[in-house]
Design a protein around this ligand. Structure first.
Ligand code: FE
Length: 219
């Protein structure tokens, strides 16, 4: 933490109460939810239920997650039909097979097929399989995406550069606090014989949300 931050922390109203592990994002007011988060964190620390180091380590662990973990699951599913079946049955258990702790909230994989495309949203807030894919992109949390992708998914996907043929059905999945989703995209043509690592490199974060599809590098 810089000396400047220390100064802000001491004297800025509202932001003055933020914990050092929460950056002072200067893009909005100190909200009710931020105050609630701070109050709960203060209580947990004050009562010795968690130590500052445990809290920091947990946040560090969460921040270490990234879409490459989800990409590994997809690549394995593409080369191993039995694994794919297990992934579709239980993402958290399938992730554990690869040594990935995807957390305790169930994640469901939804498989794209010819004529059927899937895309994920949380219309209410920003529910997302963070423990598998890392933090969601800012647009995922934005009101515009959350409201529009449900009403006009094709138009929204086109804005992401994904123009789907009219005969492809688009299915939107609304995440909740109890159930999160990852998209299992179709394996691109021209990748026959590729190993898992090379395949995984094709699967970006946006492919796992469903606003993009994996393409071979030549495409
Ligand atoms: Fe949410």
């Amino acid at each position: 933490m810089s000396a400047h931050r220390e100064h802000d922390h001491d004297h800025e109203p509202g932001a003055g109460h933020r914990h050092p592990f929460q950056p002072d994002l200067e893009d909005g007011p100190y909200t009710w939810h931020m105050a609630l988060t701070d109050a709960v964190a203060d209580l947990l620390l004050a009562k010795g239920i968690v130590t500052p180091d445990e809290l920091r380590r947990t946040l560090e662990e969460i921040d270490s997650k990234n879409p490459a973990l989800g990409a590994r699951l997809v690549a394995r599913a593409w080369v191993d039909p039995a694994f794919k079946a297990r992934l579709l049955a239980d993402v958290n258990a399938a992730a554990a097979e690869l040594g990935i702790d995807a957390g305790g909230i169930p994640i469901r994989a939804i498989e794209c097929r010819p004529g059927e495309h899937h895309v994920v949203v949380c219309t209410l807030c920003s529910c997302y399989p963070r423990l598998l894919l890392g933090p969601p992109p800012d647009w995922y949390k934005a009101r515009a995406y959350r409201s529009r992708v449900v009403r006009e998914p094709r138009a929204v996907l086109a804005e992401f550069g994904l123009v789907l043929p009219e005969d492809v059905r688009v299915i939107v999945h609304d995440s909740t606090a109890e159930l999160r989703f990852m998209v299992l995209p179709m394996r691109p043509e021209g990748t026959e014989g590729w190993d898992e690592e090379r395949l995984a490199a094709l699967v970006t974060r946006d492919c796992l949300i469903g606003v993009a599809v994996p393409r071979p590098p030549s495409a």
